[in-house]
Design a binder for this molecule. Sequence first.
Ligand code: UGA
Length: 440
Amino acid sequence: MRVGVVGLGHVGLPTAAVLAHIGHDVVAMDSDAGKLAGIVAGDMPFFEPGLQEMVGEGQRSGRLTFTADISDVPRDAQAVFICVGTPPRASGEANLLAVEEAAEAIATHATGDLVIVEKSTVPAGTAERLAQVVRRHRDEHRFWVVSNPEFLQEGRAIEDSLRPSRILIGANDEAATAVMSALYAPMIEAGARWIATDVVTAELAKHASNAFLSMKISFANAMARLCELAGGDVVDVADAMGADPRIGRDFLNAGLGYGGYCFPKDLDAFEMLAEKLGYDFGLLREVRKINDEAVEVTLRKIADVLWNLEGKKIALLGLAFKGGTDDTRLSPSLKLAERLLAEGARVVGSDPVANDAARKELPALETCADLYEALEDAHCVVIGTEWPEFADVDLARAARLMKFKIIVDGRNLLDPEAVSAAGFTYLPTGRPGRGLEGHR
Ligand code: UGA
């Protein structure tokens, strides 16, 4: 099938590569000429395991081509995916101008009947708006707008796109559903779960999924606060809760909280949408409040153990919004760095792939490629993301390098026994600390 993809960000580029991989002829478009030139030359615009290889495979097979001209995209295509960005407006609402413009351009240049697939994360009701846009625009071809929300996680985009937990299609017309099931046939045959709904239900299911996952994380962080007050261990609480299949263990890890370009902005947009519809979704406000507190709690912990922060060197391991990605947008770790810098501390970060992006966002931050260099003469080290490299840190070497042997574990990544055996004072999140005697 001939397919178009508009917008080559964290969702669009993996989507284009995977659609070509399963046998479709894909024309992928982005208006950023520099980004396109990089992709064509094999230089991916962001770190994503397996992406470069799959893009290369698509190009070699001739099934994946790139263009900066949107008029190339719908030519002879049966489906075009809209994957452009939906950045937040100052109000928290999603800015949907790029989505509207993409739909309009696709309709303008269509050469036949076409399914327009809304893949960007958008507020419920957007597909209906898009249907109006394309209907108004042309009438010689039939257009169907379907919602096909994306559930991939950054850092595992290829894996999630190849073997999705579910393929959700919201369509109000059977002809459109049929095109989408033909498009995804190789994945459905391989066992992917297919869920077909009406359009607005699919849009709401995307909001609900991200909001629910954010809520799980905030629940774990609220439990962490309580565990610290009562003397419990939030990891054991999460394990005990997660053993119940009705709850599940995933996304119950307490720490610095959630960040990135999805959960924080999606939660705001969902809350705004609910408000517009006349429903006060106060639960979402509470989820955000608990998340905002997570960084402050960690900051207080650091200040509590180090006393004055001015002139103290803090090593920060992990700068992106989570391990496995170089995406630093709305990173809790960078938020903490910013707060520490404002308190007069010197912050030296180290991240396997996000150092450059982090310095761009926070120029006062220093970074080291080698994490042990960041540890040299540090008064304290903070674990900001959950890279396996950090879990495997050579504690004896770290102890020799650091000025004070203090670890603040913002992701509960390290083994408390091993850390205290190496002589460290250990302050995890929502778990009993170790070696605090000299500090209180
Ligand atoms: C999230 C969703 O997981 C995807 O299903 C969705 O497609 C995507 O948003 C989107 O809407 O585009 P992503 O933003 O890549 O994916 O990141 P996650 O792996 O979900 O992590 C989000 C944040 O939650 C990270 O900061 C992570 O460190 C944090 N987190 C995650 C926790 O603090 N605790 C946990 O137990 C799990």
